[in-house]
Ligand binder design. Structure first.
Ligand code: GLU
Length: 443
């Protein structure tokens, strides 16, 4: 049995209770096997055994008081996974599903995603099982202050720089930053996704969604195609989905669907994004409200955006939301491209099926790297105490996404899987991290 397979088997046994982490690690390790086998020094240095084990896991209690005066207790986490390329970097997820398995999968993916950006950032992730939905601003503030009271002793602008993710947006980053500054008495770039008047970067809010569309646009242009006239189905309605929809529509596509945790909308005329912005970003409301004011739209409870025929599918909601039946329906209806805006939204079975059927599949760690890339640009701006124009940041973002597409496509071809961007992204992301770890010794 080969080295890579032994590490996978050992991981499956040791962490049998962490299915999402196993899923992410198995996919990466399986596809990098040719690059690992080509370099026996990796095995001598136990490189893979070290790569799959986080450098540090911080777990803590987060007590806070709700509006009824009741004491609530949540679990807080920060996974400092790999610092070979730079300070740990990655978001904080606030969602009731958060547990160690989900954060280890996200932290592991983040290592390779951050490497692909070509910017100097390591991989990390954190969060809590706190659910901000339905909580008042005061309750969210109380939670964030308690969370940061513990987290602040573990992070810093040159150590670990958290950011947003599901459930953590501009409001939460504000409360977290305020508490860090108060305790540490430092105004530094310790978080990204900050407000524009206090160290944030222009284009950070748009970055993941715009970046996803730039990535897919480059793939299409290599085939002599574009977004013009294409039917695009999007899942989710957070900032990744909203700005992917905005950029795809600006490039001439018709965005037909979006979804939230209770249902989904189909508007064949093209979704009115100003209305979505108002409902989701201003009022924190439900997509069902869209249907009330848009007669051309159908609203359905539950899930279903992948049952609608489209040319391009952009899953931008959450992990494992695009499953084998969805993949079959997409292929049967002629979908040619799947671009992941969320982290690991496609199950392994669905991914393999799509690739087998000749669908151009863009894995999230490559195609959604625009968010963290602009976070790294926010860190650069904070270090030089300057802020760049929207056009400057957007142009850098586009250059980075085009570069990631070609790095993944080239690595796929070099290792005998032309067109397979899963293999290409994993190998290209891995090689930089592996070289850095080898150079830095057994640590
Ligand atoms: N949470 C985002 C991601 O999954 C962004 C992380 C960041 O900006 O640090 O990449």
């Amino acid at each position: 049995m080969g080295y890579t397979q032994r590490v996978i088997d050992d991981l499956k046994e040791r962490y049998a209770d962490q299915p999402e982490f196993i899923q992410a690690a198995d996919e990466v390790l399986t596809s990098i096997a040719p690059a690992v086998d080509a370099n026996p020094a990796y095995e001598q240095a136990a490189l893979l055994e070290r790569l799959v084990e986080p450098e540090r896991i911080i777990m803590f209690r987060v007590p806070w008081i709700d509006d009824a005066g009741k004491v609530q207790v949540n679990r807080g986490y920060r996974i400092e996974f790999n610092s070979a390329l730079g300070p740990y970097k990655g978001g904080l997820r606030l969602h009731p599903s958060v547990n160690l398995s989900i954060l280890k999968f996200l932290g592991f993916e983040q290592i390779f995603k951050n490497s692909l950006t070509t910017l100097p950032i390591g991989g990390g992730k954190g969060g809590s099982d706190f659910n901000p939905k339905g909580r008042s601003d005061r309750e969210v503030m109380a939670f964030c202050q308690s969370f940061m009271t513990e987290l602040c002793r573990h992070i810093g602008p040159d150590t670990d720089v958290p950011a947003g993710d599901i459930g953590t947006g501009a409001r939460e980053i504000g409360y977290l930053f305020g508490q860090y500054k108060r305790i540490r008495n430092e105004f530094t770039g310790v978080l990204t996704g900050k407000g524009l008047t206090w160290g944030g970067s222009l284009a950070r809010t748009e970055a993941t969604g715009f970046g996803l569309v730039y990535f897919v646009e480059e793939l299409l242009s290599e085939r002599g195609e574009s977004f013009e006239g294409k039917r695009v189905n999007i899942s989710g309605s957070g900032n990744v989905a909203i700005y992917a929809a905005e950029k795809a529509a600006a490039l001439g596509a018709t965005v037909q669907t979006m979804s939230d945790s209770t249902g989904w909308i189909l508007d064949p005329a093209g979704i009115d994004l100003a209305a979505i912005h108002e409902i989701k970003e201003v009022r924190r409301g439900r997509l069902s409200e869209y249907a009330e004011t848009h007669p051309s739209c159908e609203y359905h409870e539950g899930r279903g955006v992948w049952s609608v025929a489209c040319d391009i599918a952009l899953p931008c909601a959450t992990q494992n939301e695009l499953q084998i039946d969805d993949a079959r329906a997409l292929v049967a209806a002629g979908c040619a491209v799947v671009g992941e805006g969320a982290n690991m939204p496609t199950t392994r079975e669905a991914t393999d099926y799509l690739i087998d059927q000749g669908v151009a599949f863009c894995p999230g760690k490559a195609s959604n790297a625009g968010g963290v890339a602009v976070s790294a640009l926010e860190m650069s701006q904070n270090s030089e105490r300057l802020s760049w124009t929207f056009e400057e940041v957007d142009a850098k973002l586009k250059g980075i996404m085009v570069g990631i597409y070609h790095a993944a496509a080239d690595a796929a071809a070099e290792f005998g899987h032309p067109g397979n961007l899963v293999v290409g992204a994993n190998i290209a992301g891995f090689k930089k991290v592996a070289d850095a770890m080898m150079a830095q010794g057994i640590v």
